[in-house]
Unconditional design. Structure first.
Length: 158
């Protein structure tokens, strides 16, 4: 490891990979977001909120846990949930165990919009990501992103 005042610069190949990774993730998120908005009137973050609520026990999660799961700030989550609440897809409930906390709850209307959005979203994910990779590349990519995610989550206090 380089000393504190030394910079361990990226090699030309590492720089190329890093920049390609940034561009690919940005382009993928932008295309998926645009498609969801066009087809279903949802942003990618709103879709993720609905997905995580649909998978949660009782279709409900604490707002703090939901923010951590969707990987957005609490303020951004609050804004997104307010929009979903306005559209009738989610409702907030007081948390009796913690008077300061709230539950986000997926409504039947929210579950229906998610069911309608999911097939098109999955088709786009497949088109822009998995159809571009061989089975071996998919397995390797899975290992790579899982390793990076795990290490980033383990070192979240850095």
């Amino acid at each position: 490891m380089a000393a504190m005042n030394e910079v361990n610069w990226l090699s030309a190949e590492e720089q190329r990979i890093w920049r390609s990774f940034l561009a690919a993730t940005s382009l993928l998120q932008e295309r998926l977001d645009r498609d969801l908005q066009r087809r279903n009137g949802l942003t990618l973050v709103e879709y993720a909120i609905l997905v995580h609520l649909s998978e949660a026990e009782g279709r409900r999660m604490r707002m703090r846990s939901l923010a951590d799961t969707v990987i957005v700030s609490k303020s951004r989550l609050s804004h997104q949930v307010a929009r979903l609440e306005r559209d009738g897809y989610v409702r907030r409930e007081d948390c009796m165990e913690d008077r300061r906390g709230f539950w986000a709850v997926l409504t039947d209307k929210g579950a229906e919009v998610l069911r309608a959005a999911a097939p098109g979203h999955v088709a786009q994910v497949r088109k822009y990501l998995f159809d571009q990779l061989s089975q071996a590349q998919t397995a390797e990519f899975g290992e790579i992103v899982t390793t990076v995610e795990r290490r980033l989550r383990d070192s979240s206090s850095d």
